[in-house]
Design a binder for this molecule. Structure first.
Ligand SMILES: CC(C)(COP(=O)(O)OP(=O)(O)OC[C@H]1O[C@@H](n2cnc3c(N)ncnc32)[C@H](O)[C@@H]1OP(=O)(O)O)[C@@H](O)C(=O)NCCC(=O)NCCS
Length: 131
């Protein structure tokens, strides 16, 4: 499989990918704002079709990783790992010595992130969702 990585993500592709993995809907306006405000976006394409994405926001000391998604038809081919490795290379190429990378995930994905070096933040379970 020929996988190409890039940094351009349309609102439509973002929404399609989220929908493909059952994530809740976000309005197009909100998505556009989120993409505009992202500090980093990485996409994976196969035959010109966007099949994976990940992004983060950052203040230069901490990073919040979001929307790590690979379309179900393309899962298991190393694309998720590829996206996260591209992201790591980018973070390591920045001028900052110290960068705390945060992300939220459920138990079923911990193994995926553990293979990439992420550690469980034991005991840190407070969060708030506005709906
Ligand atoms: C999580 C996700 C991004 C993984 O993408 P993927 O392309 O299927 O993963 P990869 O093929 O790159 O897998 C990389 C490695 O992680 C392992 N892995 C993948 N998903 C895993 C899981 N859920 N649990 C444990 N290990 C996993 C693979 O076996 C592989 O191991 P290897 O390097 O030893 O061969 C994808 O399953 C997905 O989009 N899920 C739905 C959306 C989601 O929940 N995203 C996370 C939000 S925080």
């Amino acid at each position: 499989m020929n996988i190409a990585y890039g940094s351009t993500l349309s609102v439509e592709d973002y929404c399609t990918l989220r929908k493909s993995v059952g994530f809740y809907d976000i309005s197009a306006e909100q998505v556009q704002r989120a993409l505009d405000k992202s500090d980093y976006i990485i996409t994976a394409s196969v035959d010109g079709m966007t099949v994976g994405m990940a992004r983060f926001i950052s203040d230069g000391t901490q990073i919040l990783v979001m929307d790590v998604v690979v379309h179900p038809d393309y899962q298991g081919y190393g694309i998720g790992k590829g996206l996260m490795e591209q992201m790591r290379e980018y973070i390591e190429s920045t001028e900052y010595d110290c960068m705390l990378v945060n992300l939220l995930t459920d138990d079923s994905k911990i193994g995926f992130y553990a293979k990439l070096g992420y550690m469980k933040a034991e005991g840190m379970r407070l969060w708030l969702q506005h709906t």
